[in-house]
Write a protein that binds this ligand. Sequence first.
Ligand code: FEO
Length: 172
Amino acid sequence: MLDPKMEKALNKQVNAELFAFYLYLSIATWMEDKGLLGMGTWMRSQAEEEVSHAMRLYGFVQERGGRVTLAAIDAPATEWKSAQDAFTAALAHEVKVTGMINGLVDLAHEIKDHAAAVFLQWFVSEQVEEEAQVQEILDKFKLAGDHPGFLYMLDKELGSRPASFITPPLEA
Ligand code: FEO
């Protein structure tokens, strides 16, 4: 049986993961529009991963006898100053999600929901990875400065991310 407080908090997390899907898809379309097809592929793949996060939460709520209630998803931004700016926005969202996951873990301990505490550990680890991979890209931007070939090289590199499970990679 799922505590109503935990049910509400997990539903909020489902919404945050779906917002992340929207945000990354919005970044993907912006990048593709700018001709950054490799980065677009990377962002599409990232967006789809967020759907899998939402569905993982969905499954847990339903399995515990709770109910998933879908709320409206906020509209994401649609414009960024640069690719670096877009990745900075992605990192800011990941940091926010990490805080929300930590809050869920705190709640699980507070109400002694051990099953939720165990379930949420996957998300704790996943957030370390999620933040690190975007930070790594941002570090490359810092290192490269204004080097003209950098964006081209990074676009190629990010386009090699394994194909996502819904949409195929774009042809550069
Ligand atoms: Fe589902 Fe990128 O956090």
